[in-house]
Design a protein around this ligand. Sequence first.
Ligand code: UDP
Ligand code: MG
Length: 331
Amino acid sequence: MELISVIVPCYNEQESLPLFYREITAVTDGMKEKYYNENISELAFEFIFVNDGSKDDTLKLLRELAQSDKRVRYISFSRNFGKEAAMLAGLEKSRGDYCVILDADLQHPPKLIPQMYDYVRSGEYDCAATRRISRKGEPKALSFFARSFYKIINGISQTHIVDGAQDFRFMTRQMVNAILDMPEKNRFSKGIFSWVGFETKFIEVENTERAAGKTTWNFKKLFLYSLDGIFAFSTAPLWLSLIMGIIFIILALAMVIKTLIFREPMEGYPVVIALVCLIGGIQLFCMGVSGQYISKMYTEIKGRPSYIIKETEETRRNISNVRKNFPKGLK
Ligand code: UDP
Ligand code: MG
């Protein structure tokens, strides 16, 4: 028997969740039957939903699902910790021989899971992921920005991040364990998936619109996220400060030498102001770059947990058992 853990981060997904549940169970039931009938493998599934501090009725829905379907397990955070933390929590709770992570809004079509399973089961790949080949329906500026980001990070980082690679991933337990072995708190999954290595099969997909609800991403969030990626997977910006420093020392020396040799007068205060501003600006820039790494170290050193769990289907069951045994009136 092979167990597949389906991990779903959810933030304000009350509209998408019922649609998602219907679709994912249809796919997994179909898979189970098909592989059993064809004598390929006996499959079982567990669905791990991570409620990332939703402000709507997501948690209520998850409680109901866990009640009615024993395969459903959930983790509910004490507040919003972000999708990275939600994915990590799901992977940590999973027990499957394989794990698949996908979004609740059906932008990652569950019908691709059988194909992903086939790739990984073949033994040729440890992971199957989707890669977006078109950016249809996305604002032009955002596409341009995303493309530039991939160019920059692949130019300066040793970890290759595939353009358009999504978080929709089907992985072996071995790869999941490797990911869980990475203790960092500043998690940039796109980099982590690639850093751990293993063979990944990319399935090319078109962009799919959200089934319901709305995205929580905006330009500012994406920009900060991409900076996170760069600082987490490259130390090139630190080199940049050093190189700029060296260039300016050489320039300054050249200017001094030139005036000494040609006995030119150094005059005109606008020149001085311009130089002071330039050098000052470069120093601040370099300090900012180092500051970014120091702040990352600061968060790592504090060692705070990536998320805090408020409720799971198990704690919920225990609470209701205690309540059942309470004398009336006290409930
Ligand atoms: N999500 C999350 N925590 C957050 C933001 C998003 O768990 O703080 C989940 C969300 O519920 C969805 C997935 O991450 O299942 C992707 O989010 P979204 O659809 O907003 O992003 P997009 O698809 O637009 O990149
Ligand atoms: Mg989405």
